[in-house]
Write a protein that binds this ligand. Structure first.
Ligand SMILES: [Zn+2]
Ligand SMILES: [Zn+2]
Ligand SMILES: [Zn+2]
Length: 757
């Protein structure tokens, strides 16, 4: 039999995931000869052997690839016989196109975990153990191709044992770039809040740290993508202290449990939730509290859900015993980016943490924990960051290279390359200089990693966003994209839709081209253009942004409109019982239209209802009033109260004032707040469904896309989906990007890219 030879090019996430040793071992098994190499597009292989051996090799290569590999393309071509004597792994070929994908960070694999806990292993209790199947990736890389010299491991020279593993194609650590051991690698250290090493009889810093935590202290722990702040989640006083030290912080804390069994003592866990919790990305999964829930009340007060995750670094495994549950919240002050550089962390966090568990491997790129919830039996992201970034979103077709700079809150940005879009890690709220600086650095870094030179910049239509201002400094053609069109386009991009669809964008506020604040939008949209087919009717926001922080401002104006001067006698309305100081001035300003912009934001409806019902008059974080209103509804399906829909200038206008009037009336008849919160949700879902059906009938469009931060409200989302599905409409939800502004840049990128094709 004549030997044959083939050349194979594989693209996707195939570097840093053990692909070359896998190919090497496969070649040994089939007795084929040739070579494998990383190139800038992925992995390249040339093999020769008998027809049968080659076809077996090729089939297994694509079907049995390593667990972390994600193959995008797999191209096999015949080539000349090379007369090779064996099969070799060749050095990486650096070339200028650099299209290989960098892997996200990967949680410790089961093999490394076993070695970590095995007293006979040379890496017993070594907190940086990793292999080609696990360990840090994205957060330590400063350039590609992915090689040790291009990572923050470059300063650690491997000892002979580590080097031998690294050089041996049959070893699990063959070309594992962060390979290290206690002899040659980085180490942890426990510092006090002045940054001095802690004096202790005990050598093991993890045992020391556990003791401090058991004594109620707050620990700052350096991990993969930044610092966490930790306390024992069963310790009520410590949890309360942490909450009090993290100023202006009412958001629930995430927790880490030492084992899945520990999570199951606290929460209900479905098979898919279990799969997410134990996946290589190890995100925070929002779970329903179970009957045995016994964690400190201040961790997730009044909330039926809690964010849980499992250890994802060797250090976590050493810190948390299987039964332990610790608060592990982002190491930042409210509104600032997560700390990731050591000096910075100590100076910024020493008013919060008592001790710092630090290490000397630099984090090149910060990455917060990802947050996901299972919705309709599929993952639904609230934050897509560590473990997922820089994995791509695959697009329906190739686009020119675009940089989309994102929005203002929960900012992420996005770069496109060919048929793929790369959303950045979570940056945060672009409202202060530290966040802005980390944003600009992250954009430059991602452009380098992806070797993308954008031709077009996409930004929000809002002229005052820092991201918009940044876009204007770049000196490239800029496309300003309407906020809600971007939200809808992001859903379309994920589902490979080009439109038209009816897009329901329910949001806080986004800039409308008419200068008003949009946010309760029914758009007829395709991937390039949109038409505003309907919207929520406008509410005045007395004081502008202040009305967003103080929902009572909107509510008092509404009461004045409903009842006139007499509204202060309607004492059954909780807001009237407890009118905040200055309400007269607010009404006067609104009536004179002084600093009182108009908003159609769906978020403002929630704010108004929450204020009227006495649930929340002022907020400490974005969406707080809406979240608490949802909690009050307790997931119940309420009544449908009457609302108004009318057509004005060819647009459907949904008026919610009759609903607020009905809520006020019910309060005066003695109704409890909880059922009224449920009525509010069900009425909004029914009204949204009604509006959508009118537009669907008029246009014949049956594809419906849902996006915007308000659709993080699962009570509303599930009722909207339930009602629309009954009418045989096809619904599309976010499955890769979050519905909040963390997904905005994806939509911006696609709209700008399609418009520049
Ligand atoms: Zn491993
Ligand atoms: Zn070593
Ligand atoms: Zn938005």
């Amino acid at each position: 039999m004549m030997d044959i030879a083939v050349h194979i090019q594989i693209t996707g996430i195939v570097q840093g995931v053990g692909f070359r040793p896998f190919a090497y071992n496969l070649a040994q098994r089939y007795g084929v000869k040739g070579w494998v190499s990383n190139n800038a597009s992925g992995v390249e292989i040339e093999v020769e052997g008998s027809q049968a051996a080659i076809s077996g090799f090729v089939a297994d290569l694509s079907s049995q690839s390593p667990p972390l590999a994600v193959i995008d393309t797999f191209t096999v071509k015949d080539c000349q016989l090379g007369g090779y004597a064996d099969f070799r792994i060749m050095a990486s070929v650096a070339d200028t196109t650099k299209t290989a994908l960098v892997s996200p960070d990967v949680a410790t694999c089961s093999h490394c975990r076993e070695e970590l806990l095995n007293p006979a292993d040379r890496r017993y209790r070594y907190p940086f153990i990793n292999c080609t199947n696990c360990g840090p990736r994205f957060t330590i890389i400063n350039d590609i191709p992915y090689d040790r010299q291009a990572t923050t491991m470059a300063e650690f020279t491997m000892c002979p044992d580590c080097q031998a593993e690294y050089d041996n194609p049959a070893n699990r650590r063959f070309h594992a770039q962060p390979n290290a051991c206690p002899v040659c690698g980085p180490a942890y250290q426990l510092l006090d809040k002045e940054g001095r090493p802690v004096d202790s009889q005990e050598d093991d810093v993890f045992i020391q740290a556990r003791k401090q935590l058991a004594a109620g202290r707050v620990l700052a722990i350096k991990g993969i993508g930044g610092y966490h702040l930790a306390v024992n989640a069963f310790d009520h006083a410590a949890a309360a202290r942490l909450r009090q030290r993290k100023v202006r912080e009412d958001k629930p804390f995430a927790v880490m449990a030492g084992s899945l069994a520990a999570i199951k003592t606290q929460c209900l866990v479905s098979p898919l939730e279990e799969q997410l919790l134990t996946s290589a990305a190890k995100p925070i999964v929002l779970l329903n509290k179970g009957e045995g829930y016994s964690l400190a009340e201040s961790i997730a007060p009044a909330n039926p859900c809690i964010g849980m995750m499992l250890p994802y670094t060797p250090a976590h495994t050493l810190l948390l015993a299987p039964a332990d549950i610790w608060v592990m919240t982002s190491g930042n002050l409210s509104d600032e980016p997560i700390a990731y550089q050591d000096n910075d962390a100590i100076s910024r966090l020493n008013t919060i943490a008592d001790y710092f568990l630090v290490h000397n491997r630099d984090i090149y790129c910060r990455a917060d924990d990802s947050v996901v919830k299972v919705v309709f039996n599929k993952p639904y992201f609230f934050r897509r960051s560590r473990g997922y970034v820089p994995g791509p979103v695959n697009l329906v077709r190739e686009l020119p290279p675009v940089l989309a700079v994102g929005g203002e809150l929960k900012n992420t940005f996005c770069l496109t390359r060919g048929k793929q879009a790369f959303l950045s890690a979570h940056i945060g709220d672009l409202e202060n200089m530290p966040t802005y600086q980390s944003y600009v650095e992250a954009i430059e870094h991602m452009q380098k990693l992806l070797a993308v030179t954008p031709m077009v910049v996409a930004c929000d239509l809002h002229p005052e966003y820092l991201s918009t201002k940044y876009a204007q400094t770049i000196g490239l053609p800029t496309v300003a994209v309407q906020h809600h069109h971007a939200h809808i386009a992001a859903v379309m991009a994920e589902h490979h839709l080009t439109g038209p669809v009816i897009g329901l964008a329910f949001d806080g506020t986004g800039y409308g081209p008419d200068g008003t604040l949009w946010g309760g939008e029914f758009l007829v949209a395709d991937i390039r253009e949109y038409r505003r087919a309907g919207h929520l009717s406008y509410l005045p926001l007395p004081g502008g942004a202040q009305a967003v922080r103080q929902p009572w401002r909107i509510a008092v104006c509404l009461l004045k409109e409903l009842y006139g001067e007499d509204f202060i006698n309607h004492q059954a309305i909780p807001l009237v019982q407890d009118l905040p100081a200055g309400w007269e001035l607010v009404i006067a300003a609104a009536e004179k239209k002084i600093n009182t912009p108009l908003s159609s934001g769906a978020g403002r409806l929630f704010d108004t209802a929450a204020a009227l019902l006495g649930i929340r008059q002022s907020i400490n974080y974005e969406g707080q009033a809406a979240i608490e209103l949802e909690l009050a509804a307790q997931g119940a399906v309420g009544r449908v109260l009457s609302y108004g829909i009318k057509e004005v200038d060819g647009k459907w206008n949904l008026d919610f004032k009759p609903v607020f009037a009905a809520l006020c009336q019910a309060l005066q008849q003695g109704s409890a707040v909880g059922p009224l919160a449920a009525d509010f949700h069900t009425t909004l879902a029914a009204a949204a469904c009604d509006m959508t059906l009118k537009i669907s009938r008029a246009t014949g469009i049956r594809d419906i896309a849902l996006s915007g931060g308000v659709f993080q409200n699962i009570t509303l989302l599930s009722q909207v989906v339930g009602m629309l599905t009954q009418h045989k409409l096809q619904l599309y939800l976010h499955r890769q990007a979050p519905p909040n502004d963390g997904g905005l840049a994806l939509g911006q990128a696609v709209i700008a890219g399609e418009g520049s094709r």
